[in-house]
Design a protein around this ligand. Structure first.
Ligand code: AMP
Length: 281
């Protein structure tokens, strides 16, 4: 109790929608950082950006079950709300933390009618059925309740940023601000799921990242990029004993396949110790 009171002095914790609406009423320059918890330096970089560009910053922590296409993945997802609140408090950059319950978000119980277009059924959308429909639905609901001026999202989840931006821009005033991927010393993109990996897996993940950076740098010299990436995919799978879902070079404006490095990123999703990791370079 004393611990919670201590936190309340610095940053306000909003446990339901009425306290959220009441607390945010007076603010009209609000930055919003949506998260699923397991707060790390990647999340903090988004919070820093919000702090620079907006007068007030609100962070949500909501592990949205509707975006998990795999029940085991949801069950094992790292959660430690006490630690998350301590980190957020320590940053001194957060004005509000919104901790909604399932019923706060889905109280109308309406089934979502959000469907992805056929052209968007690529990369993670192809392999995680229903995932982005769940993401767009929850982002639609959160944006409606919070009504922020800006929403800060990580480029690590580039397809998520791309789809959310395209979806929300038609409906809300909020501008979506992309934020750079934060990596550790081994070049691994920080992710809550990294907590599920042991030291050896992390060493391997670091080697894979460094290999991918070399591949990306070599792409422009190759005549047939599709063949080159298909060979690289096989080699990586054998060398690191991983299962790769996709390894694709795509244009960052359209997410269409790209034949050149300019304005393109190399996207990967792979399984390491049954943990699904994504990244782009
Ligand atoms: P999550 O809690 O994983 O849903 O992530 C919440 C937000 O933090 C999303 O916009 C992510 O793209 C972003 N994010 C996660 N990891 C990183 C990272 N390593 N660098 C920058 N942003 C990140």
């Amino acid at each position: 109790m004393f611990y919670l009171l201590n936190i309340l002095i610095q940053m306000k914790i909003l446990l339901n929608n009425s306290s959220l609406i009441e607390s945010l009423r007076q603010f009209n320059d609000l930055g919003f950082v949506p998260t699923m918890g397991g707060i790390h330096k990647g999340h903090l970089s988004l919070i820093n950006e919000s702090n620079k560009l907006c007068k007030k910053t609100i962070v949500s922590i909501f592990l949205n079950p509707k975006q998990f296409n795999n029940k085991k993945d949801l069950k094992s997802y790292p959660r430690n709300i006490k630690k998350d609140l301590q980190i957020l408090e320590k940053s001194k950059k957060v004005d509000f933390v919104y901790l909604p319950k399932f019923k706060d978000i889905y109280k109308d119980n309406k089934k979502s009618n959000i469907n992805l277009k056929k052209k968007d059924m690529i990369l993670c959308a192809k392999f995680r059925k229903g995932h982005f429909e769940g993401v767009l639905d929850v982002m639609n609901r959160l944006t409606k309740i919070i009504n922020p001026n800006k929403i800060f999202m990580g480029e690590k989840d580039f397809q998520q940023f791309y789809l959310v931006r395209n979806f929300l821009k038609k409906k809300y005033k909020a501008k979506i601000v992309p934020c750079k991927t934060i990596r550790d010393k081994k070049m691994i993109a920080l992710s809550s799921r990294n907590l599920l990996l042991n030291k050896n897996h992390l060493v391997l993940a670091g080697k894979i990242c460094r290999r991918l950076i070399i591949i990306k740098n070599n792409i422009s010299k190759k005549k047939n990029i599709f063949d080159f990436l298909s060979q690289q995919k096989k080699q990586l799978e054998i060398k690191f004993k991983i299962k790769i879902e996709y390894l694709e070079l795509r244009n960052i404006k359209s997410l269409k396949f790209s034949k050149k490095n300019k304005n393109a990123r190399l996207f990967i999703a792979y399984y390491l110790n049954k943990i699904r990791l994504i990244d782009n370079f």
